[in-house]
Write a protein that binds this ligand. Structure first.
Ligand code: B3K
Ligand code: ZN
Length: 852
């Protein structure tokens, strides 16, 4: 193991900064390889702070610096590769001026100021501002910013309101104090799709979605989503927008989904651009959700920010929770809940059960970018959902009002957040706080009995040790539940049991017969429920539960049990499952989107995780075959119903992305996927006559999944070679749906394709990231995919460490597998770790995955 492991930053070491920044003025003279940034920053001593006056700064060429107009000489400061420390005495209040030169054209890491297809743009969260100029690059230093941009490019944007422009320059003024991570600048030859919003405070806001010329016809849905988000945040949270302009810019080269810079959101173009021909229903839904998420950050993140990066979940968990509520309101709450739980289990439960497990509020990191995780985001949102359930919707609203009132303008902590709930509702949250500090997924086991009209439920909770946390304390687990009569009537409507001890018993009296329990309704806590349930009881709940989530969950559990039985001892598919599904999918009173969810089987990675947790070593190929066999059985047994569904779900007329049409298409395409296992003709026909991407991609996917589709793969490329975002799909679908034996060679060949681009994160994720989505292919016992991923990490790391670190998490499940696979993966990880000059990002990830 290398001994030059990166230094850790610890929550326990937090100290306030010795200065406050009162105002920041920046001038950018843009040039691709030699941009000049001058800064004039007024600082004042912060009595609460301590330590030397040090400004962060990386990859900056210092031209000159002055304090109160007096040029500094080398004896006045110490400069090293990560910053500048002022060593001369400083007055209580002083003006810092500096000029630095930076090289945006060489910035392939896409952090700081960089160039994407001739467009200048920035990404500063978490610590990118230090690559722009010297500054205390930490979220608790907040200041109003004025920015002047000088460039011949026609569109020059920054945060806040525009205050002046002329040929070759523009000036912006952001009156709201903000941390440097929310700074943004964009300059380019851009076109805008305009809109307008009048706030409930009567402010007229100009809305613009900026793209490169040629993409402007794909912005309508993003603009519409923005307007609906602004309206929703006013109605539901009482939060209005606070500037005269709101700009969104779409860029092709971007490390993540989007960024909430104040007044100037920058987006990965895949979460802005959509047309019926090029984007799927899922793409539209993601655009709506991410536009909302970034907009909602204006209050939860920007107006109230984080004191330090350990508090990241303060803004991310809350903002995810808010965007989930929004999407549920726009579409269907039950379907959204199912989607969110699927995402939680696939991303967060997986993370929490392996070497990368960490608390929602971590207490140490080497590279903070490695902690923008499913745990911080998704579990962070679940924790807020639990809080809301425990204090009730009114308590929640009261607490949120107090949060905005008390902390507007602050850099706050999780302690501040919980205190607001305690003060608003009177509830003691001492034990609840463990959700932020204790990692791992609690397992709740259930025992029940019935005698003399009394039903008794015993719940026990246990959380297994996770890295750095061998001993776990009981948590507050809200278990929403109801009881049904054997005839299907609900005898006890939903109520919330609060499990706070390691073991607790709850009694329900006065029942006339033994009830059927429906537990963890709406997935009221991010836990694993351990309860052996006979398949007849699951089938009963699938048919009768009044809680839509648990209805779906019962079908899911039936499918999972059936698959596990096939994997373990070759059992035939469960007849209760097939009949239960027949009843649900043909029930026209149910939402088609919900029925589509019912038809989707558990993912292969989910099954591997379940097997591992029950003490069986998963065999990825056996899992893949079992899923295929169950799909075959469903297709054969339900052929006539599926055929009728596919026919009746054809949406007539021009494509619209609304939830109802999307739900119908989802159900039709779920049916098509199964029917294609019997005969590919339907999918071929749908592919050739499709007039929208949802139908075209679903047909192609159905063919690829059964080893067909070579003709369509060529046709798809021919048709879409000039649409980058569609070609990303072309790359990723081939890897994701390759047969286990051909996955590695498919991915390797695609890496040599003329359209593959190591500098474009979307393209890298489409091939390298997609490996992880093909469980059987990734874990092929030859080790070919492991080698391919390790090779790719080594090649990508010097270009873009953040993206390399992110895709490396595909290896985090190594501990589940047999000794042969474990050894293969560990050898690849050791090879990566031995690479000279490996980034801090990837070093930390690989070391953690290896358990070093
Ligand atoms: N806050 C950004 C993510 C920044 C990631 C930095 N590595 C987007 C979001 O969560 O809204
Ligand atoms: Zn966010």
């Amino acid at each position: 193991m290398r001994d030059d492991s990166p230094t850790q930053t610890l929550l326990a070491d937090y100290r306030p900064y010795p200065l406050t920044a009162e105002s920041v003025a920046l001038t950018f003279r843009l040039a691709p390889s030699a941009t000049r940034v001058t800064s004039a920053i007024r600082y004042r001593a912060n009595p609460a702070g301590s330590g030397p006056v040090r400004f962060d700064g990386e990859k900056l060429r210092l031209i000159r610096a002055a304090v109160d107009g007096v040029e500094l000489t080398p004896g006045d400061y110490e400069l090293d590769s990560t910053g500048l420390t002022l060593t001369r005495p400083l007055p209580d209040s002083f003006l810092w001026e500096a000029e630095v030169e930076i090289d945006p054209a060489a910035n392939t890491a896409l952090e700081g100021l960089y160039i994407s297809k001739g467009m200048y743009c920035t990404q500063c969260e978490a610590e990118g501002f230090r690559k722009i100029t010297f500054y205390p690059d930490r979220p608790d230093v907040m200041a109003p910013f004025k920015v002047r941009i000088e460039s011949d490019l026609p569109v020059l944007l920054s945060n806040g309101n525009p205050v002046g422009s002329g040929p070759g320059w523009a000036e912006w003024d952001d009156p709201w104090p903000k941390p440097a991570y929310l700074f943004a600048l964009v300059a380019g030859d851009l076109v805008a799709t305009h809109g307008e919003f009048i706030t409930c405070e009567d402010r007229r806001v100009d809305l613009n979605i900026w793209t490169r010329p040629g993409d402007e016809d794909k912005c309508d849905y993003a603009l519409d989503s923005l307007i609906r988000s602004m309206d929703w945040d006013e109605r539901v949270y009482g939060r209005a927008y606070d500037l005269d302009i709101f700009n969104i810019v779409a860029v092709d080269d971007f490390n993540m989904g989007a960024m909430e810079n104040k007044g100037l959101n920058i987006f990965n173009s895949r979460y802005v651009l959509a047309s019926p021909e090029t984007a799927t229903d899922k793409d539209y839904e993601l655009i709506e959700g991410i536009i909302a998420h970034e907009y909602f950050h204006n209050w939860t993140g920007n107006r109230i920010t984080c004191r330090d990066w350990f508090q990241l979940c303060l803004k991310e968990g809350l903002t995810v929770f808010r965007d989930q509520q929004f999407t549920g309101d726009m579409r269907s709450q039950p379907v959204k809940r199912i989607d969110d739980v699927l995402g939680l289990r696939a991303g967060q439960f997986r993370e929490d059960s392996g070497p990368l497990s960490h608390p929602v509020r971590p207490d140490a990191y080497a590279e903070i970018n490695n902690f923008y995780t499913a745990t911080v985001y998704r579990k962070g949102a679940e924790v807020i959902g639990m809080l809301r359930r425990l204090v009730g919707p009114e308590g929640y609203d009261k607490a949120l009002d107090l949060y905005f009132e008390r902390h507007d303008g602050d850099a706050a902590t999780i302690e501040d957040w919980l205190k607001v709930f305690e003060d608003a509702t009177g509830r003691d949250l001492t034990q609840f706080k463990r959700w932020y500090t204790q990692s791992g997924t609690p397992r709740v086991s259930v025992e029940d009995s019935y005698a003399d009209g009394t039903y008794t439920l015993t719940l026990r909770q246990q959380t297994l040790p996770t890295p750095g946390q061998p001993d776990k304390q009981p948590q507050v687990i809200p278990v929403a539940m109801g009881l049904l009569n054997p005839n299907g009537d609900e005898v006890l409507p939903t109520r919330v049991l609060e499990l706070t001890e390691a073991e607790q018993t709850f009694e329900f009296k006065g029942l006339s017969s033994r009830p059927v329990p429906s537990l963890l309704r709406d997935f009221s806590a991010p836990v694993v429920l351990d309860r052996a349930v006979p398949s007849a009881e699951r089938a009963f709940l699938l048919a009768h539960d009044t809680d839509p989530f648990n209805r779906w969950e019962s079908g899911r559990a039936l499918a999972k049990d059936s698959l596990l039985a096939t994997i373990r001892d070759g059992a035939a598919p469960d007849a209760d499952l097939i009949e239960g599904l027949r009843a649900v999918i043909t029930d026209d009173s149910l939402d088609p989107a919900f029925r589509a969810k019912m038809l989707a089987l558990p993912g292969e990675d989910d099954l591997a995780q379940t097997l591992h947790q029950s003490g069986t070593t998963p065999d990825p190929l056996a899992i893949h075959r079992a899923v295929g066999a169950l799909e075959d059985a469903l297709a054969r047994a339900l052929e006539s119903e599926l055929t009728a569904l596919h026919d009746s779900c054809q949406v007539q007329g021009p494509y619209t992305p609304d939830a109802a049409s999307a739900g119908k298409r989802a159900l039709g395409n779920a049916a098509l996927g199964l029917l294609t296992r019997l005969d590919p003709a339907r999918a071929r026909a749908q592919f050739s006559k499709a007039d929208n991407m949802t139908q075209q991609q679903a047909a192609w996917a159905a063919l690829l999944a059964v080893g067909e589709g070579a003709v369509e793969t060529r046709a798809f490329y021919e048709q879409w070679q000039h649409e980058r975002l569609v070609i990303d799909k072309w790359f990723s679908m081939q890897v994701t749906l390759a047969s286990p034996e051909t996955c590695a060679e498919t991915a390797r060949a695609l890496q040599s394709h003329k359209d593959f681009d190591w500098k474009n994160p979307n393209r890298c994720r489409s091939v390298i990231g997609a490996l992880a989505l093909n469980a059987a292919g990734f874990h092929d016992p030859s080790g070919a995919s492991y080698r391919l991923l390790a090779d790719a990490l080594i090649r990508l790391d010097p270009i873009n460490p953040q993206t390399a670190a992110r895709v490396s998490s595909a290896f985090d499940s190594w501990g589940r597998y047999d000794a042969h696979r474990q050894e293969l993966i560990r050898a690849e990880l050791r090879r990566v770790l031995a690479t000279p000059d490996l980034s801090r990002d990837l070093t930390e990830m690989v070391s953690r995955i290896l358990g070093a």
